[in-house]
Write a protein that binds this ligand. Structure first.
Ligand code: MIC
Ligand code: SF4
Length: 636
């Protein structure tokens, strides 16, 4: 049989189910990763499973999101994570070592293996030929406990890259072009597999920029073949022993094919407030820029920052622009420090931050009121920067550097004919002294007052009733449901406290109303819950008493998180019925037989609304048990 790359990796890992698009399959997970903002919950859940040591080939816990430490909370969480990692056989990447996805690419990713991460940009490792997926913390905890990961067998899309990028056009423009064509919903239920001769011109970190932002398409994941370039990258990380060639069979079949002629691409930019709102940079004339932020797991590799340093060298950042740079990892930071590039950036007026997510998740460097912020990041959702009135754009490092110098949105091709030519070092600077391996010694787990116990949900009753607490539109992100930023992120291990902020960017009174009404329903449009994997977007509404979410459709990770925390996710059988429900309507739903026909009663309007769902019998059993933890424990 001729298999594509995705099918090959899944076939090697499949535990149950048939490899037919749309069917439930479960696969064995080789590696897991967590980051601190989702990790505290993931490890509390792992602990609750009562398994002494992880059963994966490798599990890594990173600290990269919450590092501002404006109070004791972040530091408490770090200590908890460090000690619990040591106790259960998990590698611990200390704060300062870098962003999980960049460090994992450098030090841990293995072509052909599977990776499950409690972060939606886990597919970054697809740049190395891994099948890497984002999930909620609970699914990652279960994978650490040796349980398979359940997913709908995705459709596989071949993205055929033809030709070679022209000067000043970069990998970021390839993924922005896909977002322009396919939108933030275009990848739901699909894996994007890259092929064609264009692949040969892209280094592993460039491939990783593309697979990273495949998350914005809503894709299950994205993957590149593991070839000579992959081998060379692993060799430069002194990890060539982990290399294996993996590619699709020559006559492999695909569900869809998309072709991109790289020679025709131009510098692109995503306008506020969605990553698919893409146009050519040259179309935006005379837009004044106030902030430029370079970094994040999308664009903070050695090549990215060297490119920026070369563009800035000997020049000065525009007097009205604040330029902030966060290198992706200690390795990158160290190398650009030693070769003087960091000094070129500082001399030009750049503000250097530590190797973390930083401004990407609103941890500091919030832009000024109404500011235009150009970011090399992957998400420009409303309010995510920390300033609700700010206008965030997403671009390549080349475009961002040009904007920083000119003070307005600038096509980098206007900087001259010759883009910086970056020579890649034969070997990277390797020093893993900020990665602490697990120990066999006895470890006491440290729990500061910020670590609150896990809230537990009751079993699903036969009838769900209550008010519509909120009605929202299409493409609601988990940043809308459970915002992040410097004020809220430190509360990730304290569910009662963080719950006060549920939907706060949309409706400041939501939490209060939910509590006063004793819980109820949320009604949404299409692609509800896209974006971040944060399970707090299910866990905190569950804590507030949300019992069911009724939408036109869900994004993959959020749907799984709702099931994991015992919130019933259902859809309108007819999308037109969306307009027949309003906030405050009283609803009632008999769920005693979830496998039968479901009719939602709108008591206020006196109407009956047919309801459907995509729940498997296992999902139904999980919901009945009040969520995955209860289900896993009762099955253990
Ligand atoms: C994000 O980019 O939104 C985050 C912060 O990395 C999230 C995880 C989180 O909310 O902790 C993600 O992408 O999953
Ligand atoms: Fe961190 Fe931003 Fe990447 Fe999320 S998208 S992991 S916040 S750098």
């Amino acid at each position: 049989m001729n298999l594509n790359l995705t099918q090959k990796i899944i076939k090697k890992h499949v535990v149950s189910g048939e490899m037919k698009a749309g069917e439930k399959v479960s696969i064995k997970i080789d590696q897991t990763l967590t980051q601190d903002a989702t990790g505290t919950m993931a490890y509390l859940q792992f602990e609750a499973l009562g398994i002494p040591r992880v059963k994966t080939k490798l599990s890594v816990s990173y600290i990269d999101h919450n590092t501002l430490q404006t109070g004791f909370e972040n530091a408490d969480d770090h200590l908890f994570l460090q000690t619990i990692a040591a106790k259960h056989g998990i590698y611990f990447s200390r704060p300062g070592n870098g962003i999980c996805h960049q460090v994992h690419l450098e030090r841990f990713g293995v072509p052909g293996q599977t990776l499950l991460g409690s972060d939606s940009h886990t597919p970054t490792q697809g740049g190395l030929g891994m099948l890497a997926m984002g999930a909620g913390g609970l699914d990652v905890a279960l994978a650490m406990g040796g349980q398979p990961f359940f997913l709908n067998m995705p459709k596989v899309v071949l993205v055929k890259l033809n030709g070679k990028l022209r000067p000043w056009v970069s990998a970021k423009d390839i993924i922005l072009e896909l977002l322009r064509r396919l939108t933030v919903k275009g990848g739901v239920g699909k894996v994007f597999e890259y092929g064609g001769e264009g692949v040969k011109h892209l280094s592993v970190p460039e491939r990783a920029t593309i697979t990273n932002m495949g998350a914005e398409l809503g894709a299950t994941t994205s993957v590149f073949p593991s070839d000579k370039i992959t081998k060379q990258f692993l060799a430069s990380e002194k990890r060539v022993k982990h290399w294996a060639a993996i590619e699709a069979d020559t006559s492999a079949e695909y569900d869809e094919v998309v072709e991109i002629d790289l020679r025709k691409l131009e510098p692109l930019i995503a306008k506020p407030h969605l990553p698919d709102n893409v146009c050519k940079v040259k179309e935006l004339k005379n837009i004044k820029v106030n902030q430029v932020a370079i970094g994040s797991c999308t664009n903070s590799s050695y090549k990215d920052l060297m490119t920026v340093a070369k563009i800035l060298k000997g020049k000065t950042v525009h007097p009205e622009v604040s330029l902030v740079i966060s290198p992706g990892s200690k390795q990158v930071f160290n190398m650009i420090s030693k070769n003087g590039a960091i000094s070129d950036i500082i001399e030009a007026g750049g503000r250097i931050m530590e190797s973390t997510c930083g401004p990407c998740i609103g941890m500091g460097q919030a832009p000024s009121t109404n500011a235009v912020s150009i970011r090399t990041f992957n998400r420009n959702f409303l309010g995510r920067s920390g300033t609700k009135s700010a206008q965030s754009y997403l671009s390549s490092p080349e475009v961002a550097a040009a904007c920083a110098l000119k003070g307005k949105i600038t096509d980098p091709r206007t900087l001259g004919n010759r883009p910086p030519n970056i020579k890649m070092p034969k070997t990277f600077d390797i020093n893993d002294n900020m990665i602490i391996p697990p120990t066999r010694k006895k470890v006491e787990v440290v729990r500061g007052p910020n670590i609150k116990p896990l809230p537990i949900k009751d079993k699903l009753s036969d009838k769900i009733s209550g008010k519509v607490l909120l009605k929202v539109e299409d493409n609601i992100t988990t940043d809308h449901i459970m915002p992040a930023g410097a004020k809220i992120l430190p509360l990730r291990s304290n569910v009662p406290a963080i719950s006060e902020y549920v939907f706060s960017v949309v409706d400041a009174d939501f939490a209060m109303r939910a509590k006063e009404s004793g819980g109820g329903f949320v009604v949404g449009g299409a692609n509800y819950g896209q974006g971040s994997s944060r399970e707090h977007a299910a866990l905190a509404p569950m804590y507030l008493g949300v019992r069911a979410v009724l939408t036109k459709s869900f994004a993959r990770i959020h749907l799984a998180n709702l099931i994991n925390f015992g919130i019933l996710p259902v859809n309108f059988a007819n999308e037109n019925d969306y307009s027949g429900i309003d906030q405050n309507d009283e609803l009632e739903l008999d769920v005693s037989n979830l496998s039968g026909n479901l009719i939602l009663k709108n008591i206020t309007k006196g109407t009956d609304i047919p309801i459907v769902h995509s729940l498997s019998s296992r999902d139904i059993a999980i919901l009945k048990a009040g969520g995955s933890l209860g289900y896993a424990k009762s099955n253990a």
